[in-house]
Design a protein around this ligand. Structure first.
Ligand code: DAT
Ligand code: MG
Length: 138
């Protein structure tokens, strides 16, 4: 038993393609609980903090440009093993490995415009929830 919280975010491509409702629906039907949500535009500064672990990667500039290119739908979800189960529901980063039935497997063909972000560990979840919603959302 591990009731925990994770940070999930529909990226600008997902918001533009009107996938917010479908994505919220998937997590609700799974049995997870929505704790926080907001439609917002990420500043360059916040994007660089959020993706700090990738700052030395060759795609970092494109990643920051993309995630700040339009509104995102940022969320905190709670439930049993929601961090790892949420990652399973998202599908793999590599589009060759994101299985049909997952969000990325159903809606994305590319590694960059891949519809959704989700925390990959307890430490990332704590950091990302605090970054977007403040410590009171933990
Ligand atoms: P994830 O979003 O599955 O946690 P990640 O943390 O490795 O994946 O990378 C963050 C984002 O960076 C990812 O959603 C899309 C982008 N990205 C990752 N690898 C990339 C690559 N090789 N080329 C372009 N963008 C990439
Ligand atoms: Mg990641």
């Amino acid at each position: 038993m591990a009731i925990e919280k994770t940070f999930l975010m529909v990226k600008p491509d997902g918001v533009e393609r009107q996938l917010v409702g479908d994505i919220v629906d998937r997590f609700e039907r799974k049995g997870f609980t929505l704790c926080e949500a907001k439609l917002m535009t990420i500043t360059e500064d916040l994007a660089k903090q959020h993706y700090a672990e990738h700052s030395e990667r060759p795609f970092f500039g494109e990643l920051v440009d993309f995630i700040t290119s339009g509104p995102v739908f940022a969320m905190v979800w709670e439930g049993e093993n929601v961090i790892s189960v949420g990652r399973l529901m998202m599908g793999a980063t590599n589009p060759l490995e994101s299985a049909p039935g997952t969000i990325r497997g159903d809606y994305s063909t590319t590694v960059s415009h891949n519809v959704i972000h989700g925390s990959d560990s307890f430490a990332s979840a704590q950091r990302e929830i605090t970054l977007f919603f403040g410590e009171e959302a933990l």
